[in-house]
Ligand binder design. Sequence first.
Ligand code: NDP
Length: 318
Amino acid sequence: MKVVLVTGGTGLVGKAIENVIEDEKPKNEKWIFVGSKDADLCDKESTRKLFDEHKPTHVIHLAAMVGGLFHNMSHNLDFLRNNIHINDNVLHTAHEYNVAKVVSCLSTCIFPDKTSYPIDETMVHNGPPHPSNYGYSYAKRLIDIANKGYYDQHNRMYTSVIPCNVFGPHDNFHPSASHVIPGLMRRLYDLCKNGNTEDKVFTVLGSGKPLRQFIYSRDLAKLIIWVLREYNSGLPIILSVDEAQEKSIAQVAETLAQTFNFKGKVVYDTSAADGQYKKTASNAKLRRYLPDFHFTPFDQAIKETVDWYIKNYDQARN
Ligand code: NDP
């Protein structure tokens, strides 16, 4: 029997994996989803207690201090230190408890700032990250280095996935600590909650020009489960939609405004930072394994997320 421990199991990606597993009901796997209330992974003893209690054979390691552009810019040191502690505690405790496989999460936003496009898995360490999120980026890059070390020194199959921007139910909708999609959703929700929106202004921070690839959390969940079961390499794999599915922030804002039935004006505040202009990632490696994987169309995934948010506003992370 496989015992799969999912750290960060209460977050956006963790909840999506939990939902997919609930639908699947796998017979020979026991899945355990934990959040910060179950253990503070910044703390070694707390991490040990968690592993001692559940005795996992496999770990999906999602727990991290995560935030959008503006939160990262003002807290780079916290992102660096917390994530270094969390990752070292989880990986080393997994090793101590003889865990056969660990799948950890990097991100496409940790790639070098100055690079050629599309980005692929071989380029993670090729230059400094964008200055806005260097703390998060270097902490994440070290996971890949540690995975190599655990393989070289102890023959462990500890690997990583590199998702593009994720969105979906259970995201963090906090006005100042959220990613772009949940941040814009929160603002639209507030603008639309009292009905008539014709004379309202929906302000989008930045020029609206930057390009991003967005993956729906349920699609990412299915792919991470596949990595856990089928992908047997310590080298990272990018989990992203196709390059053709890249969207500008303006396209995202317009899609969201339509989905909320917002009738007012959409305005771009160009005095706010844009972050990296683009970070187009290639999913060619993933496509070699799963050429037919079907990504949920963006508009449908946005509609499902907006419907979830409106229905669950009171319990959502606001
Ligand atoms: P969320 O912010 O939604 O969830 C973070 C999770 O980490 C929560 O379960 C949280 O627990 C847990 N956590 C945070 N700090 C600690 C701690 N000290 N001890 C124990 N648990 C902790 O994150 P996402 O689901 O968005 O991200 C999952 C992974 O995917 C992360 O590694 C992230 O870096 C990566 N990623 C995310 C992207 C995105 O766009 N969201 C893009 C690319 C990669 P609690 O709920 O109790 O606070």
